[in-house]
Design a binder for this molecule. Structure first.
Ligand SMILES: [Zn+2]
Length: 466
């Protein structure tokens, strides 16, 4: 006797879709059987006919509990609740390392913030935002050994004196990652050129959100990405490029893949849904992220990259803040508030791509669940519907008409770039570790049920085999 049976749905894996029953006992998937075969029995049976049954989504890039000037992003409770409501059952959050802290200090703080709040399981990366000191680099092996093997460098702030985001810091972190089994994540933009172009634009009297893209054009990202690839190959470390926005990035990845380098690129659901022209509308400032939204040809290349397996994962860079906090950050090109929230809409955006024929359901499952689980050392506990895996499962109705309204979102912000948009195809139920956590958009889960997932970089990932 099982606890729960999901009966008659189309179960999606990275290379197949099969009509099957999924049986759950406790927190795990216990058995999978053909719907027409031997009948499994359980305390509760959920009829999934006409629905897709997919492994819970993994958002590898969120910023919960991030203090950024006067703005504070939503916390683990709101962040993971919004995630679950949209079909994401695992997030990897960025713990911040500031100033002269050790990388582990950031992890300790983040674990404290998650306590009693997280609804879904979560992993951590550390974003290095401090001084480039021998002590900082010496602290990395301890961080990797503590289950946080991925560290992010912001090249975008690389011109700040003494800061780890410069090329020296990047090289030092890459070398440590090679020696101690870590992975380097990089925000690729050439800081010096961006600063110059920004000052030039401001001198010319340009200060609107619509001007942002021209101050950080595609080649600024491309150059930084080429440099990062070059350095990571020299250092011999695994590399994960966050939020790739340009078609040139997909081409670079394709070339790196053909050479079996252990490099992986992520894009964002916002890049898959919006383009730069949106920043020129009256509320355009709300759509600014770094790198900025790009153009239709980039968007098309990113979708194709997912289908061709050159784009490995889709994150959100979720940073949900209150409107007035956002406005308080600044209004000039060199102070413009940055960040988009989207953890709740990530799976819906991917489903829209399936509906439009850009990717298949299996492509969706690959970038939504399988790849991020493999790259970040969570597979097969997470990322797959298989006996023994955690019962993180999402039921999707491909025909469900959903109009997104701010008041219905599970975040705690007072605006949303998704407000008023319509989707056909949307999750109808989310199971987190065997428990129905969201049903028809209503959260019925348990605060604090989410646990920290310690990770390592898997051997195949270090060798470019996913
Ligand atoms: Zn980010």
């Amino acid at each position: 006797m099982f606890d729960l049976l999901i009966r008659g749905g189309q179960v999606v894996g990275p290379d197949h879709v099969t009509r099957a029953d999924v049986a759950i006992k406790g927190e795990r998937i216990a058995a999978i059987a053909a719907t027409d075969g031997e009948r499994l029995s359980a305390d509760r049976t959920i009829d999934a006919s006409g629905l897709f049954v997919i492994p819970g989504g993994i958002d590898p890039h969120v910023h919960f509990n991030l203090d950024y000037g006067p703005a504070h992003s939503h916390d683990y409770e709101y962040g993971t609740t919004a995630a679950a409501a949209g079909g994401t059952t695992t997030v990897i959050n960025f713990a911040m390392q500031f100033g002269t802290e050790t990388p582990l200090d950031g992890v300790r703080r983040s674990l404290e913030e998650a306590k009693g709040k997280a609804v879904t399981d979560f992993g951590l990366h550390v974003a290095l935002a401090g001084e480039f000191t021998p002590e900082l680099i010496a602290g990395l092996p301890d961080l990797f050994a503590a289950g946080v093997p991925s560290v992010k460098i912001y090249m975008i702030y690389g011109t700040k004196p003494g800061w780890v985001g410069g090329d020296g810091g990047l090289w030092a972190v890459m070398s440590a990652a090679r020696q101690h089994n870590g992975m380097v994540m990089v925000h690729c933009e050439n800081a010096s050129i961006v600063n110059y172009l920004t000052q030039e634009a401001m001198r010319a009297g340009k200060n609107t959100p619509c001007d942002v893209e021209q101050t950080r054009p595609y080649w600024v990202e491309e150059e930084a990405m080429r440099r990062t690839f070059f350095l990571a190959e020299k250092a011999g470390c695994p590399l994960y490029i966050v939020h790739t926005s340009i078609k040139e990035g997909v081409a670079l990845m394709r070339e790196a893949k053909s050479r079996h380098l252990p490099f992986y690129i992520e894009t964002l659901s916002t890049y898959l849904h919006f383009t730069d022209d949106r920043t020129c509308e009256p509320d355009g400032g709300l759509f600014i992220n770094f790198p900025p939204m790009r153009f239709e040809e980039d968007q098309a290349a990113l979708w194709k990259g997912i289908a061709d397996e050159d784009v490995y994962s889709v994150g959100t860079d979720d940073f949900a803040v209150k409107f007035k906090d956002r406005q308080a950050i600044g209004s000039t090109l060199d102070s413009i508030p940055v960040g988009v929230a989207g953890v709740e809409l990530r799976v819906a955006v991917l489903l829209a791509g399936v509906r439009a024929g850009k990717i298949s359901m299996s492509d969706l499952v690959r970038v939504n669940s399988v790849n991020p689980a493999k790259i970040f050392g969570l597979y097969p506990k997470k990322g797959v519907i298989a006996a023994g895996s955690d019962a993180d499962i999402v039921l999707v109705d491909p025909k469900r008409e959903k109009r997104v309204l701010l008041k219905d979102l599970h975040s705690d912000t007072d605006y949303s770039i998704w407000d008023g948009l319509s989707f056909t195809g949307y999750p109808v139920m989310t199971l987190v570790k065997g428990k129905v956590t969201v049903e028809n958009d209503k959260f019925i889960g348990e605060k604090g049920a989410g646990r920290f997932l310690p990770r390592t970089v898997p051997d195949p990932i270090r060798h470019g085999r996913i």
